[in-house]
Design a protein around this ligand. Structure first.
Ligand code: CP
Ligand code: NVA
Length: 304
């Protein structure tokens, strides 16, 4: 069985825990090392990862490239628009060809369905590097950051404020696996997918009041109000105005609560400078942890 990493709800709790523990251990084992040094066990030695991007990326692109190098492997990176994929070659044929040339593929795609189809035709592991529906790699880094700052996440309360988007979906998917409570506050027109809410079950609550969601939360998380591919820019800015995370909102969370944002941030929209740059913000650790998280995901895929 090829081990794809497409969505967190497809993992067992033990798989997710193993990935988080490996990410933590790999980070600890290389404290003070230069970023290009290869991990002692080099689990991706002799392996090549292909990365395909249909959308822009800074963190995912650099962290995956750094990750595969630290694991002892190599990367080939391409924008989809430069590939025959961009001229109509099918997803399936692309998957069949790349399966003969590389050992794993990471894809950032417009359509989630395309990544699922790619995986179905691929004989090597496929990793979802963000789609319109989910962003599981981001949430591995987020969960890792939360446990780094606050200890075990089980029993903690997380508040998601803003758009019920792809990042929110992956945060929902992990809630039943790890046993945290997720309070979501978003405008009615921008709530998460109903299938995803079902996947979250009793671990997820949905409302429209940011103060209710944040009250007593250990972690406050938001994301851009306009994701890549969203068309209704003006309508979104208007609808999300009451959902900005500022110091007043953060003051309703627990003492010691942390703030997370997958980045890129739109300062002055979904979050104020004071919060993003303030003492509760863990966003730079969160961004760094993309490398450690990605390494654990790649290693998990290759172990399969
Ligand atoms: N958070 C995240 O995925 O960032 P990039 O879009 O820069 O990859
Ligand atoms: N929700 C954002 C995340 C970017 C990392 C988007 O899809 O554009």
């Amino acid at each position: 069985m090829v081990r794809h990493f497409l969505d967190l709800y497809r993992l067992t709790p033990a798989d997710l825990r193993a990935i988080l523990d490996d990410a933590r251990d790999r980070k600890a084992a290389r404290q003070g090392w230069p970023k290009g040094r290869v991990d002692a066990d080099a689990p991706a030695r002799d392996h090549v990862l292909a990365m395909i991007f249909e959308k822009n990326s800074t963190r995912t692109r650099f962290s995956f490239d750094a990750a595969i190098r630290q694991l002892g492997g190599d990367a080939i990176i391409a924008n989809a628009s430069d590939m025959q994929l961009g001229r109509g070659e099918t997803v399936e044929d692309t998957a069949r060809v790349l399966s003969r040339m590389v050992d794993a593929v990471m894809i950032r795609a417009n359509s989630h369905e395309d990544v699922v189809r790619f995986a179905q035709a691929s004989s090597v592991p496929v990793i979802n590097g963000l789609t319109d529906k989910s962003h599981p790699c981001q949430i591995i880094a987020d969960l890792m950051t939360i446990e780094e700052r606050l200890g075990p996440i089980s029993g903690r309360t997380l508040a998601w404020v803003g758009d019920g988007n792809n990042v929110c979906a992956s945060l929902i998917h992990a809630a039943p696996l790890l046993g945290y409570q997720l309070n979501i506050a978003c405008p009615a027109d921008y709530h998460p997918d109903l299938f995803d809410l079902q996947r979250g079950g009793n671990y997820v609550s949905l409302g429209s009041d940011p103060e209710v969601a944040v009250e007593g939360a250990d972690v406050v998380i938001t994301d851009t109000w306009v994701s890549m591919g969203d068309q209704d820019h003006e309508a979104r800015l208007h609808a999300f105005e009451p959902y900005a995370v500022d110091d007043r909102l953060m003051s309703l969370a627990t003492d010691g609560a942390i703030f997370l944002h997958c980045l890129p941030a739109h300062r002055g929209e979904e979050v104020t400078d004071d919060v993003l740059d303030g003492p509760q913000s863990a966003v730079w650790d969160e961004a760094e942890n993309r490398i450690h998280a990605q390494k654990a995901v790649i290693a998990w895929c290759l172990r399969g």
